[in-house]
Design a binder for this molecule. Structure first.
Ligand code: SF4
Length: 402
């Protein structure tokens, strides 16, 4: 098996650093311009330069999405932007428009050019076509089955990137104008309002056929590909991609570290057994709030992979604090509060080097040494004695009562 890349999304600098600390080999981000996800908190050029520096120090890479489908009016300033990305040292750009690909090549930028999933590349001839265009990697359409991915990789044409986790479009990825029609927000220029997930009255011939108490929606389950990782590694996919530039740092830490441990375990043992995968699925479930499924990996998804009506949101296991520092001599942890929690409870800690571990937490003090009855001020710095595994940047969450 070749070394595979675990590629994580990030909506801002803090999230990108978290993803890298928790095991991502690369992160993909969007700048303030020319990127989809315009509602995500996107990166300034200074942020991008800082992130490249951080990534290089951690042997990781930075891919920048330049993936809007530009109209002529959107092209102003593009050449300067690409030159600035090149100067910042980014490792790759992810592109949907041939105009942007060709401009990057003309400018002799040093970064790689990756073809976005928006091109719906789902066969080896499409990959061959992109090779002739001089690109360096193809992100396959999310609509490929596992067998199709294996067949494409067997041709060994270009490095292949495949989605393994996160939200799915109910339409062909990147080929949907539902949001444009419903909200005048252009999905291919960063404005998708996720209109597919709204609740609709389903009408036929003037008669409502949906239950008015249970309106019709077109949402699909999120993708979760734990059971396919080993096969993807064996067929020499170059990169495993997690979706979700709008997701929280806690979500990223949980999902990235889970896949990281699974990938490393497969390298070490040569195989992941059922128990290994169940543990990873349970761990990922602590950050999920939507039902998940196999996407297209098993074939065209049937109704079991769709969410046509209201569904139970799974309660996320709540992230309550981040470890800012630890003094091993006094065994005192410095925490930053993220969500409401009560002292004197068993909590779960996990970190870049710590698998999820339950630890009894005692009294909590504020910066003036006052004992707190409750921690309910987000960003407050608090202190507690810690007797268990701990490391800087570890995350602490409530133990889910089942
Ligand atoms: S409306 Fe739904 S299917 Fe269309 S682009 Fe947005 S998320 Fe995808």
């Amino acid at each position: 098996m070749n070394r595979i890349e675990l590629l994580a999304p990030a909506g801002n600098l803090e999230k990108a650093k978290t993803a890298i600390r928790y095991g991502a080999d690369a992160v993909y981000i969007g700048g303030k311009q020319f990127s989809l996800r315009s509602r995500a908190s996107n990166f300034t050029l200074d942020d991008i330069a800082e992130l490249v520096h951080f990534a290089n120090d951690h042997h990781a890479k930075v891919h920048v999405t330049v993936n809007l489908l530009p109209h002529d009016e959107d092209l102003d300033g593009l050449a300067d932007y690409l030159k600035a990305l090149d100067k910042a040292g980014v490792h790759a750009i992810i592109v949907a428009s041939p105009a942007i690909m060709k401009l990057a090549q003309k400018l002799n930028c040093r970064f790689e050019i990756h073809v976005s999933t928006q091109h719906s590349s789902t066969n080896s001839n499409a990959v061959r076509f992109w090779k002739k265009q001089g690109v360096d990697r193809v992100v396959l359409g999310r609509e490929c089955t596992l067998e199709e991915i294996k067949a494409i990789c067997a041709h060994d044409i270009l490095p292949i990137e495949a989605f393994i986790h996160g939200g799915m479009c109910i339409s062909y990825s990147g080929r949907c104008v539902l949001s444009n029609h419903m909200t005048l927000r252009d999905a291919n220029r960063g404005g998708c309002a996720q209109s597919c997930r709204w609740k609709y009255h389903l009408m036929d011939d003037g008669k409502e056929i949906s239950d008015p108490g249970d309106l019709f929606s077109m949402s699909s389950r999120d993708l979760q590909a734990v059971r396919y990782i080993e096969a993807l590694m064996r067929c020499n996919v170059a990169s495993l991609k997690i979706e979700g530039r709008m997701k929280s740092a806690y979500y990223l830490a949980t999902v990235v570290s889970s896949y990281r441990r699974l990938i490393d375990l497969i390298y070490e043992k040569g195989h992941a057994d059922e128990e290994d995968m169940k543990k990873v699925i349970a761990e990922i479930g602590k950050a999920e709030n939507r039902p998940t499924g196999p996407g297209f990996y098993e074939g065209v998804p049937d109704e079991n992979v769709q969410l046509y009506v209201d569904h139970d949101e799974i309660v996320t296991q709540e992230f309550v604090a981040e470890v800012l520092d630890y003094d091993p001599f006094t065994k005192t942890a410095m925490l930053q509060v993220k969500n409401h929690f009560l002292p004197n409870q068993t909590m779960e800690i996990f970190g870049p080097n710590i698998p999820a571990t339950r630890v009894p937490v005692g009294a909590i003090e504020d910066e003036n040494g006052n004992i707190l009855e409750v921690c309910n001020r987000p960003m407050q710095i608090v202190y507690t004695k810690w007797d268990g595994p701990i490391e800087k940047n570890a995350m602490i969450r409530k133990v889910r009562q089942s």
